[in-house]
Design a protein around this ligand. Structure first.
Ligand code: GLN
Length: 245
């Protein structure tokens, strides 16, 4: 199958090697006989309605978020239509924040979001930095990564987090929730990049994109020795030095 990926603002939102997540998806798809077709969707560019199976948006400093926020809001309609039609989304950190209603940055400027995810974010003075370990009960799995954000994300009542914080700060350092998921839309603060050390989640995102593409969602298991070891090491690091207030 061909999996069509729309990479939003790759030139603005790409810190902590977030671009690496696309490389992992491409390789894991290739090993199962599928192919990723990645197109970038940048400033002033149209979102091709109905032609994208997976939207990806990475993280960025407040400055980069401020540069893309208004342009992203222009794309709200087609992005919401795509999500409601079952397209998958993976949004990391700064990109995750802009899928909510707004991000009030460190300087107090309120950057509009597209309101696709039921949340809002307000920056605090202290950055939340460190290794993170999550319990993703919905998948019976753990997720490990690295966070660095000033934003405190507050989920609306009834909103589903991506995971429960075992170690680290997560959305706000208080609620014990990290990330958010709605339909096939997944947002998280976890960088690293995220997917090399969480192969189960990479396959979950691939399966969601394949489901939208109308393909078989079953993915043959891969050996994943290195990935499993990377997860173990990252999880251990989080347990020993994850962020604490
Ligand atoms: N600028 C945002 C914050 O500080 C997001 C940072 C990021 O993407 N790592 O919270």
């Amino acid at each position: 199958m061909r999996i069509r990926v729309g990479h939003l603002y790759p030139d603005y939102l790409n810190i902590y090697a977030d671009r690496g997540n696309i490389a992992v998806l491409a390789e894991r798809a290739r090993l199962r006989g599928h192919a990723l077709q990645v197109s970038s969707i940048g400033m002033g560019e149209q979102v091709p309605a109905g032609e994208i199976d997976l939207f990806y948006i990475g993280g960025g400093q407040d400055r980069e978020q401020a540069l893309v926020a208004d342009d992203l809001v222009e794309k709200t309609g087609p992005l919401r239509d795509a999500a409601e039609a079952g397209a998958a989304f993976l949004a990391v950190c700064g990109g995750y924040q802009l899928l909510g209603r707004f991000y009030r940055d460190v300087a107090g400027a309120e950057l509009p979001g597209i309101g696709l995810l039921p949340l809002r974010t307000v920056a605090g003075q202290r950055r939340m930095i460190g290794d993170v370990l999550l319990d993703c009960g919905w998948a019976g799995r753990t997720m490990a990564g690295f966070e660095n954000h000033a934003g405190r994300t507050i989920l609306d009542d009834g909103a589903e987090p991506l995971g429960r914080v075992v170690s680290g700060f997560g959305n706000d350092g208080v609620s014990g929730a990290e990330g958010c998921r709605w339909r096939r839309v997944y947002g998280t603060y976890l960088h690293g990049p995220l997917l090399p050390r969480n192969p189960w989640f990479a396959d979950h995102i691939l399966a969601e994109a394949l489901a939208h593409a109308g393909g078989p969602t079953e993915l043959a298991p891969l050996p994943d020795e290195l990935e499993t070891e990377a997860h173990r090491v990252s999880a251990e690091r989080a347990r020993t030095r994850g962020g604490r207030y």
